[in-house]
Design a protein. Structure first.
Length: 236
């Protein structure tokens, strides 16, 4: 197999979540899809027919309510997260494309059975696999989750991460495999504000993404309640 860093892939396959599902990684991958569509790289995207089982998802739905019946053009929504038969079928479909590189998004151990199966099937047929590591392991990972995450990382041939700390970890633990660090780019797909933004208070906080225990939002709210909010007269 040609070394990863010497490849000039004419066709790559990308496996990950895209719209109409919800979440920051969905936005990331959907923008990646549109960016590659404007490039000279022939990129084929594969996503999920079922993202999470309903009983596992913390909200009412894992789909964006403003995108009912929406699907990204050209994306193959073939992967059911809890149906192993679809993992095998999708891996076979990717292999038939004969890509120079297969890219998987990685961030949580929930996807490990699906991704490990697909990666193993593709690597048996000689394909090069790279991971976009949004997280190397779950933020609240215990021993089992951490071990599973290490196993998935070990299966890849190369990595793209968005944290210099993650890159250093990969270089230390897997020195023979290329790891590239690049900051997450600014998302420019949101429409501009139609009106001037006015400040409603001295302190305003914006919280983006899903509320999870490890993110510490509850601690932040408790801390705010304990703040001494008096302001000296001369600073008003």
């Amino acid at each position: 197999m040609e070394p990863f860093h010497k490849m000039s892939p004419s066709l790559i396959a990308v496996v990950g979540s895209v719209l109409p599902y919800r979440g920051g990684i969905v936005q990331y991958n959907s923008l990646l899809l549109r960016t590659l569509a404007r490039s000279d790289i022939d990129a084929r995207f594969f996503s999920f027919s079922r993202h999470y089982p309903q009983w596992l998802y913390p909200g009412a739905s894992d789909r964006d309510p403003t995108l009912t019946n929406y699907a990204e053009p050209s994306v193959r929504y073939t992967i059911d997260s809890i149906n192993p038969l679809t993992w095998w079928k999708t891996a076979r479909e990717i292999a038939e494309l004969d890509p120079a590189l297969v890219v998987f998004h990685w961030w949580t151990a929930f996807w490990a059975p699906c991704l490990m199966t697909m990666i193993q099937l593709l690597k048996r047929r000689g394909f090069c696999v790279a991971l976009i590591g949004h997280n190397l392991s779950d933020h609240d990972a215990g021993g089992l989750k951490a071990a599973i995450s290490r196993r998935v990382l070990d299966m890849a041939d190369a990595y793209l991460v968005h944290s210099s700390e993650h890159m250093h970890i990969l270089q230390r633990e897997r020195p023979g495999k290329p790891a590239v660090f690049h900051p997450i780019p600014v998302y420019g797909h949101y429409p501009p504000a139609q009106h001037a933004l006015t400040k409603r208070g001295r302190l305003e906080l914006l919280f983006f993404g899903f509320i999870r225990p490890y993110k510490g939002l509850d601690i932040l709210l408790k801390a705010i309640r304990r703040l001494n909010d008096r302001i000296p007269h001369e600073t008003r």
